[in-house]
Design a binder for this molecule. Structure first.
Ligand code: UDX
Length: 456
């Protein structure tokens, strides 16, 4: 089967490479000719573990092609997947202008039966909207079906998520389209992947409800973490004790600086907007978003409470991407926190294994470093903001000897408090009692809650 994927962002490119890996002939189309040239020569526009190898392998096998010619992408394919961006508009709703443009182009060029699939996260009703646009622009009436088939991949583990998904959701009422989509996903039958077949509206909502629910788990545990700090409880043990209940599950209960990335913020905003537009308010999702904004702010307060006045202080800062194994800094809590520290007059010396360049473009005042040890040279504190694996194995005595004072603020709880205490650190984490000597006498006199405004 020949399929085309319109848009070579995260979702489009990973989906294209994975379907090619399943044995399907895939054409990935993007209007950006530079990006297409890059991809044709086996270069990726972003970092994702395993993707480069998969792309190269499938180019060589002649199953993966790239083009900037939309006509070619449409003509050759029975299935056309739309994987273009759906960014947030001012009011929080998803901006569908790119989806609309692709639908119009498909309509204008349609020359026979096609299945049009939405892979991007799109609001409920988008499949109907695409059908309408295609119908309006067809040169002559021609049968087609629109299917909602949301993608659930996570950055950093996108290939694994795509090749071994927990489930596949197919939204359409057309038996022919269902048969074609099931054929496309045939390799997953071997690993008994559940397939949910439903209406387009339900399928579209499954994606938003899933992301909002995951975001809610994070905000919930972060609120519990803040409570733990007040009552001398340990959020990691609370999360473990909760997560062992099968009905709750242990995933997405890691306390930290709050969620970020290209999806959760945008999708929670879109769900809130959708609820408002049909007079069905999303109270829980609204609270989830609010708690997430407060969490970033309270991380800055934590550093402030530890160090005292931030002006003139040097902060060693590890991790800038929104999560490990990606160079993506979109809506990264680390960037928001680093930016606030700079605003308060601190010098921020930072390192990230993949996102340093992107971060320095976004925050030119950052002082880039080559490794975690340069970061702590003459610094007043080490702040750990993103949990890259390489930060889990730091040479702590060396870190201690390079810091001006042995203070670590671990926003991802990757270290064990007693170990850091034994090494002589003041160790402050999230939702756990700080250990070690009080960080500074100036800080001891500070009260929390001095920062106002929400970080984004
Ligand atoms: C998310 C969804 O998981 C995925 O299904 C969807 O397709 C796209 O959005 P992604 O944004 O790549 O994927 O990353 P994810 O692993 O979900 O993490 C999102 C954010 O939540 C990160 O900032 C991460 O640090 C944070 N997080 C996650 C926590 O703070 N605690 C957790 O327990 C889990």
């Amino acid at each position: 089967m020949n399929i085309s994927i319109i848009g070579t962002g995260y979702v489009g490119l990973v989906t294209g490479a994975c379907f090619a890996e399943f044995g399907v002939t895939v054409t990935c189309m993007d209007t950006n000719p530079h990006r297409i040239q890059q991809l044709q020569s086996g270069e990726l526009p972003f970092f994702e573990p395993g993707l480069l190898e998969l792309v190269k392998k499938n180019i060589q096998a002649n199953r993966l092609h790239f083009t900037s010619d939309l006509q070619q992408a449409i003509d050759d394919a029975l299935v056309i997947m739309i994987a273009v961006g759906t960014p947030s508009s001012e009011d929080g709703s998803a901006d569908l202008s790119m989806v609309d443009h692709v639908a119009k182009s498909i309509g204008e060029r349609m020359n026979g039966y096609k299945v049009i699939v939405t892979k991007s996260t799109v609001p409920v009703g988008t499949a109907d909207r695409i059908s309408e646009i295609i119908r309006l622009h067809q040169p002559f009436p021609c049968r087609f079906d629109v299917v909602s088939n949301p993608e659930f991949l996570r950055e950093g583990s996108a290939i694994e998520d795509c090749l071994h998904p927990n489930r596949v959701v197919i939204g359409t009422d057309s038996p022919q389209a269902i048969a074609i989509m099931k054929d496309l996903y045939r390799p997953l039958y071997l690993i008994e992947t559940p397939i949910v077949v439903t209406t387009t509206q339900t399928s579209e909502l499954i994606k938003y409800a899933s992301n909002a629910f995951l975001a809610t788990k994070i905000s919930f545990i972060n609120e519990i973490a803040n409570l733990c700090e007040r009552v001398q409880a340990d959020v990691q043990v609370v999360a473990k004790g909760m997560g062992l209940d099968n009905r709750i599950g242990s995933k997405f209960l890691h306390a930290g600086p709050g969620f970020g990335g290209s999806c959760f913020g945008k999708d929670t905003a879109a769900l809130i907007h959708l609820g408002e537009s049909v007079d069905s308010p999303m109270h829980i999702t609204r609270a989830t978003k609010h708690v997430n904004d407060l969490q970033r702010q309270s991380m800055v307060e934590k550093i402030h409470t530890t160090l005292g006045d931030l002006s003139g202080k040097t902060i060693g800062f590890l991790g800038l991407s929104f999560k490990p194994n990606t160079n993506d800094i979109r809506d990264s809590p680390a960037i928001a926190i680093a930016s606030a520290l700079l605003d308060h007059g601190a010098t921020v010396q930072a390192y990230d294994p993949e996102a340093l360049e992107e971060a320095c473009l976004s925050l030119p005042a950052l002082r880039p470093c080559h490794d975690p040890y340069e970061v702590v040279e003459q610094a007043d504190v080490l702040v750990l903001a993103t949990e890259w694996n390489q930060f889990r194995q730091l040479d702590l005595p060396r870190i201690k000897s390079l810091l001006r004072q042995p203070i670590m603020v671990d926003l991802r709880n990757i270290y064990d408090p007693p170990t850091l205490e034994d090494l002589g650190f003041s160790y402050i984490s999230v939702g756990r009692t700080p250990v070690g000597p009080p960080a500074s006498s100036e800080a001891a006199n500070l009260s929390v809650g001095r920062f106002v405004g929400v970080l984004s």
